[in-house]
Design a binder for this molecule. Structure first.
Ligand code: 3SL
Length: 245
């Protein structure tokens, strides 16, 4: 496990510079909903996921591929992008839809956080759905770890911070030392306050309110499930695959 004092938390995609992740391990967190959709897609047999920062990068990659091999996936401000095959609801990523496919994934904050973390030595994508897979992977790390919360357009999101806090709670055995970093203390404290009722806290979050009219019933509840999948989305050469596969 990494030394607890070497674990930091960044609270949004705007809260760090690329250089701050050089040589570290990054866990990218976007509970609502990019991390949850990516985890679900890989669990349901997607072959690989190529995260992109914007629509033009998505199209450039799509243009190099055979139409039958890929799906364009993602959202802008919560809504499926026109012309894309899938939006960003985990419910869309069913086995019969994604099995064997390459998903080109483009979301408002989550995939931008993944792309911005590219100087990290290792990138994992984590959420409540695959919490234990992330914890198991971190056991092999004694380097510095950053829990990168995607947040929302530069702002903190309670759901991402709660998942960071949940990881810290597990790693520290429920007792965070005074020597932990400030970001770790904030995330840990939030989890201590709301960890007993994740769905209650997350369904009242700013982003859940934004999504209320836009996404299928059940998305928020699903994204609050803990350890639903034994999947470890990890990055190699710009591509996410299931490293537990
Ligand atoms: O911002 C993102 O990357 C998305 O996960 C947001 S949404 O839940 O699809 O609106």
């Amino acid at each position: 496990m990494p030394e607890i004092n070497y674990i930091d938390v960044f609270f949004s995609v705007h809260a760090f510079q690329e250089e701050e992740l050089r040589g570290k391990t990054a866990v990218i967190i976007d509970v609502l909903r990019a991390s949850s959709s990516i985890t679900t897609a890989l669990s349901n047999g997607a072959k690989k996921i190529i995260p992109v920062a914007d629509m033009s990068d998505a199209m450039k990659i799509a243009n190099t591929m055979d139409q039958k091999d890929f799906l364009l996936c993602g959202e802008k401000n919560g809504t499926k992008i026109e012309g894309y095959h899938l939006g960003n609801s985990p419910a869309e990523y069913e086995p019969e839809v994604v099995k064997g496919k390459t998903l080109i994934f483009n979301t408002t904050n989550g995939t931008k956080a993944i792309k911005k973390s590219s100087l990290a030595n290792q990138i994992y994508v984590g959420t409540f759905l695959n919490q234990d897979s992330i914890l198991n992977a971190l056991k092999d790390h004694d380097d510095e770890v950053v829990l990168v919360c995607s947040g929302w357009q530069g702002r903190l999101s309670i759901e991402d911070t709660l998942f960071a806090g949940s990881l810290l709670h597990a790693i520290s055995g429920g007792e965070l030392p005074d020597s932990a970093k400030d970001g770790a203390k904030v995330a840990f404290g939030l989890f201590q306050k709301f960890g007993d009722d994740l769905e209650g806290a997350i369904s009242k979050s700013d982003h859940a309110k934004r999504l209320a009219e836009l996404v299928p019933n059940g998305d928020i509840e699903f994204c609050c499930k803990v350890n639903e999948f034994d999947v470890l989305p990890g990055m190699r050469d710009g591509i996410l695959t299931n490293l537990n596969g």
